[in-house]
Design a protein around this ligand. Structure first.
Ligand code: OAD
Length: 229
């Protein structure tokens, strides 16, 4: 049985594709308040503003491409079982060719009913406008997890991390729970590597590669293949 590689990724893995991270200088949360655009209350108060924020993200996503880090992680599937658990709402892991991606915080390319969570519609890179409704007649909203909402994929993700033979944490500050707590589900014997060129998240017993995702992932993959020989 091939080793199971589990990758916990965040906004930093898509930074070199041209998508902003959240908490770096110049990041999204420097220009927007979470409370204006990423909570259920914000959507009730000013749905047009919230829709515009995510429409802009989706529009930008249509313009960018996966980078070397996404591609190297997809490539790994040739030799390992690989599951990506991402906090990203972009689709760059999939577009690079990764076949198993768990989206903890939802997906920009889907809309969902604001009445029934199970009513989810693929929308690609098209905007959601005020007045766009689900089949029940309720306003459509982005299929993303906002602050204060449940993370429905959490349990599945915890199971994935618990079954890892190697855990890679890349491009996430691990500031947001419950996603940040997932590293604790790794078996105590499992090697953990953190790749981050900035201030890497503190993870017990992790090896840190302080490089950008493109370079750091290639280096880590080379080490991994070296161990397998
Ligand atoms: P953050 O913006 O909190 O963290 C991004 C991390 O990526 C930082 O540690 C950076 O140092 C690192 N980074 C920057 N450039 C990089 C590069 N080229 N290669 C590798 N790493 C790089 O983003 P997340 O941890 O993903 O949630 O944020 C988690 C959640 O907070 C998001 O999913 C979003 C946000 O609020 C919701 O909106 C619910």
């Amino acid at each position: 049985m091939k080793d199971h590689i589990v990758v916990l990724s965040g906004a930093g893995v898509s930074a070199e594709s041209g998508l902003s991270t959240f908490r770096d200088s110049g990041g999204l949360w420097e220009n927007y308040s979470v409370f204006d655009v990423a909570t259920p209350e914000a959507f009730r108060r000013d749905p047009a503003l919230v829709l515009r924020f995510y429409n802009d993200r989706r529009c930008q996503l249509a313009e960018v491409e996966p980078n070397a880090a996404h591609r190297a992680l997809a490539e790994l599937e040739k030799d390992f079982r690989v599951t990506i658990v991402t906090q990203n709402v972009d689709d760059l892991h999939e577009r690079a060719g990764s076949s198993k991606v768990v989206h903890l915080h939802g997906e920009l390319t889907q809309a969902r009913s604001s009445r029934l969570d199970d009513l989810i519609y693929p929308i690609g890179y098209k905007p959601i406008e005020l007045g766009d409704t689900c089949e029940l007649g309720s306003q459509l909203r982005p299929h993303v997890v906002w602050f204060g909402e449940q993370v429905p994929m959490l349990e599945a993700a915890a199971g994935v991390v618990a079954s890892a033979d190697h855990l890679l944490v890349v491009g996430t500050s691990l500031q947001v729970y419950p996603a940040a707590g997932l590293v604790d589900f790794a078996d105590p014997d499992v090697p953990i590597t953190v790749i981050d060129p900035g201030e890497p998240a503190r993870v017990n017993r992790a090896t840190v590669i302080r490089k950008k995702a493109s370079e750091g992932v290639s280096e880590w993959v080379a080490r991994l293949r070296g161990q397998g020989r």
